[in-house]
Design a protein around this ligand. Structure first.
Ligand code: H79
Length: 572
């Protein structure tokens, strides 16, 4: 996790708690407002702006990081950056084609950058001439065209708007230092002269707006945030995210480039992610994720109850790069066969995903998404439920035998996997459904591993999964604790270790188990993603019985930490 992300989320978390519409909206009304979004599951994020012109290169230098940040990362003077507008003439832009690409991918909604941090509006704004209609040879309003194309094809359209960061107008917010005189000014002046009028425009001039995707809350005053918030009344059905600031929780959590290990119980959420390593187009970023990764991400997210907002970064000519289109097409082909297991599906019933894949639910149905087709054709599903029929979505004629036992259901998969990436088994089920989850226990060699994905944490901290490694982060609150229950059958003395990370200063926690308490100093590792295995001490667990282990911040000397696991190893 980047420190920066952490700071922004901290701003949200600290202010958090307020619920946007609690006063005006009943649970039933909210459910009705969110219905299309719950069914949609899969949307297209579009990052398109002036940054597509430099496309990652400035004065012959390739600028590192994400493409839409090039002005900031490359410290490009405002006048030079504004100069890109003269070269921005996306004559190949065809709104109908973009909508077709989204539709063919099986996506149900689009969220496009109406103005990113660079401050350049991608619509015809009256509030500032620094926009695609007034400042480029293009002289068209792509958001107007996209809104019309989406309406025609029944695709929902939402707008991203960077309310705080604006490097192109005086007074606009900046993460980091200003680098140009032209940026000098007062934040409230910018918010009232640019952000508020522009948000009013995008919510007034483009028909129904399905989503407002705020980004980077920053430190706009509460008074000004309230004004931004109240503009959403212009679109009473709009769905907004949690990045406005000012204590507004919004409708959705927005993990960026990561999939939370257990979703966000009690909250709607949407993972946004790039197909390569940039949001805005970079000519030389060819690090495209495979269709397998992207599709399994969609399934993983659906199995945890979330939505997937997958990004494309069109070029300055207005073209979505072909490698992105190719991958989206393949996902769409899979959804055309297996969509019943995704659209409108809810999270699977198990806390922990089975090793063979993922599970999603529909009323009366369970969908087994098989990533790893078992060689012996036998699939164990650790849950008890009455099964009326099992079949493959890819081939309805292949009926599958399903038997029940103490360890749960056994599905007999005759033949080969119909899909190398993910084959879906549909089970018609009846009655109560119970998961059979094995409690954490000692391994044969006596060690106990307590992974963060299996910890009880309450609402905070949260487990994220990155590159296959679970990581418990966003642990800002010193009164939050993390606990596990596990069974010991070989009692004895154990050495306790934990991979830990913190930045800035050391931090302190205590680990409590069986009435014993270990004082742990978390070393500075320099990065929340860089872990050091800390020797915490020894404990004695002298009975064959379940124990509870708790990790608790120490009030004095606590700083936010990240944790991967706690292990107990038999000590000599
Ligand atoms: O719009 C996309 C990003 O531009 C935006 N959110 C998504 C949806 C975003 N803003 N900030 N961040 C994401 C994270 C910022 C990371 C940073 Fe950096 C690390 C900013 C400064 C250090 C990356 C590396 C950008 C510049 C250098």
């Amino acid at each position: 996790m980047k420190t920066w992300t952490m700071a922004v989320l901290l701003a949200v978390a600290v202010a958090g708690g307020a619920v946007v519409r609690a006063a005006e909206e009943t649970a039933g009304q909210r459910q009705a407002r969110m219905k299309w979004w719950h069914e949609a599951k899969f949307g297209m994020f579009i990052h398109w702006g002036l940054y597509a012109v430099p496309a990652g290169t400035w004065q012959g230098q390739q600028i590192g990081g994400i493409g839409e940040w090039i002005m900031n990362t490359g410290k490009i003077p405002s006048a030079d950056y504004a100069g890109f507008a003269a070269q921005f003439n996306p004559v190949k832009f065809n709104a109908g084609e973009w909508v077709r690409i989204a539709k063919d991918a099986g996506m149900k909604y689009i969220v496009i950058t109406s103005k990113h941090h660079d401050g350049f509006a991608m619509f015809h704004s009256q509030a500032s001439p620094y926009n695609i209609y007034d400042a480029t040879p293009f002289k068209r309003d792509p958001l107007k065209e996209l809104a019309a194309a989406c309406r025609k094809e029944h695709i929902k359209l939402g707008f991203y708007y960077s309310q705080f960061q604006d490097w192109g107008h005086p007074g606009g917010g900046i993460y980091g230092e200003r680098w140009d005189q032209a940026q000098e000014g007062d934040l409230s002046g910018y918010v009232n002269k640019i952000a508020i009028p522009q948000v009013k425009e995008i919510l007034s001039n483009y028909g129904p707006v399905a989503v407002l995707w705020w980004d980077t809350p920053g430190n706009i005053s509460k008074e000004d945030v309230d004004k931004l918030h109240d503009l959403m009344k212009l679109q009473p059905q709009i769905i907004s995210n949690n990045r406005l600031g000012g204590g507004y929780a919004g409708d959705t959590e927005t993990p960026e480039q990561s999939i939370p290990a257990s979703g966000y119980p009690g909250r709607d959420w949407e993972t946004c992610m790039t197909i390569n390593d940039t949001w805005g187009y970079k000519s030389y970023d060819n690090n495209f994720k495979s269709t397998e990764t992207l599709l399994r991400n969609l399934v993983d997210i659906a199995s945890k109850g979330g939505n997937y907002l997958l990004n494309v970064g069109p070029t300055a000519e207005g073209v979505i790069p072909q490698p992105e289109v190719d991958r989206l097409k393949e996902i769409g082909a899979w959804l055309a066969v297996n969509g019943a297991a995704i659209y409108g599906a809810t999270a699977g019933p198990l806390k922990k995903a089975p090793a063979w894949g993922r599970i999603t639910c529909q009323p009366g149905k369970l969908y087994l998404h098989v990533f790893n087709w078992p060689a012996d054709g036998v699939l164990n599903v650790p849950m008890q439920v009455q099964v009326k029929q099992g079949r493959l979505l890819a081939d309805h004629s292949r009926k599958l035998e399903v038997t029940g036992g103490e360890d749960g259901l056994t599905v007999h998969l005759a033949g080969n996997a119909p899909d190398q990436i993910c084959s879906v088994v549909e089970l018609n089920v009846a009655g109560e459904l119970t998961g059979i989850e094995k409690p954490l226990a000692q391994n044969a060699d006596g060690t106990v591993t307590l992974p963060v994905a299996e910890a009880k944490t309450g609402n905070e901290p949260q487990v994220e999964s990155k590159e296959g490694q679970d990581n418990l982060g966003f642990w800002m609150n010193p009164s939050a604790t993390v606990r596990w229950t596990f069974k010991v059958n070989q009692p004895g003395k154990f050495t306790v270790r934990a991979p830990l990370a913190t930045v800035g200063a050391t931090s302190r926690v205590v680990i409590e188990v069986a009435g014993q308490s270990l004082d742990v100093t978390v070393p500075q590792t320099g990065d929340y993603g860089k872990f050091q295995v800390v020797e915490c001490g020894t404990v004695t667990l002298d009975k064959a019985q379940p124990y509870e282990l708790i990790v608790k911040p120490v009030a004095d000397g606590w700083a936010p930490i990240n944790l991967r696991a706690v292990t107990l190893q038999p000590a000599p």
